[in-house]
Ligand binder design. Sequence first.
Ligand code: BGC
Length: 725
Amino acid sequence: MGATEHPWTVSETGFDASSQHHSETVFTIGNGQHCLRGGFEEGFPGEQTAGFAHRIWDQLPVFGEELAALPRWWGVQLWAGDRPVRLDTGDVDDYRRNLDLRTGVLSRSYRWHGPQQADLALSWQRFIVAGQPSLAVIQLEVQALAPVLLWLRSGLSAAVDNAGLVHWEVAGQQVEAERVELSTRTRSSGIGLAVVAEVRCLGPSGPITATRADEPGAPSLEYRVSLAAGERLLLTKYVALASDLEASAPLPVAREQAGEAVRLGWDGLRAANDAAWAEIWAACDIEIDGDPEAQLAIRFALFQLNIAAPRFTDRASIGAKTLSGLGYRHHVFWDTEIFMLPMFSFTQPELAAGMLRYRWHGLDGARRKAAEAGRRGAQFPWEAASTGDEVTPRWIPDPDHPGRQVPVLSGDREVHVTADIGYAVWQHWQATNDQQFLLDYGAELILSGAQFWASAAVAEPDGHYHLRGVIGPDEYHEVVDDNAFTNQLASWHLHAAGALAAWLAEHQPQHWARLSAELGLNASELALWLEVAAALYVPFEPESGLIEQFAGYFDLDELPPEVQAPGRTVSWQRLLGFEEIQRTRAIKQPDVLMLAHLLPDQFSAEQLRANQDFYDLRTDHEYGSSLGPAISAAVAARVGEVELAYLHFLQAARTDLADVRGNADDGIHGAAAGGLWQAVVFGFAGFELTADGWRIRPQLPRQWRRLVINLTVRGRRERIEIPRP
Ligand code: BGC
């Protein structure tokens, strides 16, 4: 997939049913409010076509909450005579599917040959209108290549589920003239959603009149038309969605918007959509000359991040698998703040601010979590959904032993997420200089997180503070003491919070007086922050310059030979088992190197090189975490190992387009996409902020002739052009 020379188009020139779910993920479209996987309007056996919208959470067992798959708004079924027209019901040729990343328009065409000389050319197009929250439009053009009697049905259906779990009940439906309406309500969270479709069908001699087909839960319109050879039919479906999260009476809102869409028509909607996309691309496009694969991959990553980022609410953020699949039940992890957010802070800061405000709205939940663990301040959940409360499952099914369960410890132990959020707020502030954001939201996030760290770290007789029994970014090792990433980032967080408190006290005394009173901060707690920050133990080997990933890591066995077996298709953890891998130095994703990526100033050049040489070799780049390769690329570029950096970069670039891990069915790997941007900007371009601006130290891969990056730094648009020297 995507093996095209075209710099803006992901294309598929043949359909392979065995990889249909991968294609559905890749061809996801959206507008920052709702997304739709790339499945077919006319359907296909076994499809997992699904749409998801921000904030439409519903409860489920074990995983807490997930976004309810939206009622089926995209369906357009057709029959030639009495035969359904689908890719599996006739002979197909000239098949082609294109996703135009520049405009978000997904198009597909094929010729279909059925029994009794039925012969059709079909051409589909759809897009979810950018720049406004609720509209989508679909167009089907059918040309008869031989005389045919066509039936079409288009409408809405509540008969959808999330992998078997039904989230909707029908609250009302109606078919009137050319309009179909469906009102639904989520079963446990009680969110009301109205969907309205206006359908127009134009035959060779003018509009075709519809008949109503008002089946329970599936209101639709039907059309019957005879076409002579060469004649065409054009069906356009305008869809609007509105929920009672935004409007007290969503049905009239959706009705009004669908009507407005009809007035604008396909061309009017395209013009509005294309203009909104042009603005997005002006803010964030990256041009890579000389490497078509890299060019397409970075634009694909930017596209997927841009359609998933909440543009119409600050009560949502981007889940680990975006809005493009069921993976991780749409929960929000550190993936957002550490991997995806930098792209937004440096290109569309208002979107980054919105996602950080989502964390701010979640502070009550984070405070509850801290309090339950006997800590102060805010401990952010490892997985978050509608609130800031923890939704990490306590167990998941064991992939190797059906019927058995594997405990999931991250919710209790993967505490670094609190520092990750503090880091993202600080980085956003540095990137934007947005003082208002800092005062209104950012400061409270940073200070509340610092309160957690100071109360979580334990002073021991060795004179150090320790964080024991945690999980670091490398999840192959669970329940470790003094994970270097966690401790050093927590220490950084405490220092940053101390500096912020001092700055607020000096420059915003009133604000500081109010905030410190609200958070119950006093001088002794601030002094404790600095004490803990200075004394948090980070295992370090001075002779080699190596940071030890956690206390005792260097005592573990080296990687056993079987992990080096060529042609493997599973992770080292699957090969060795959950228990055995913990006895080895095999790591799932960069942990110490991740730290170097976030805090480069805390590593000398020699130290960075030593740690890079040591840890890169021990990382499961192929089948460990998808979060790793892009960061490995950025770090390798920083130490000047550009060829190695490029190999890691390609691994990240192919995560979803080439499905190199075999799990793209579940949705886009948002962190890999965000990491790819960082590999280009922080890695190959060597971009960094300075006190009075920014600088670059480029290390371009051999084949890159020119790199152009668009950023917004401290309120200024920057177009940074880096030619090959
Ligand atoms: C990774 C985590 C990540 C999560 C969600 C896990 O496999 O180890 O770092 O946050 O997936 O993407």
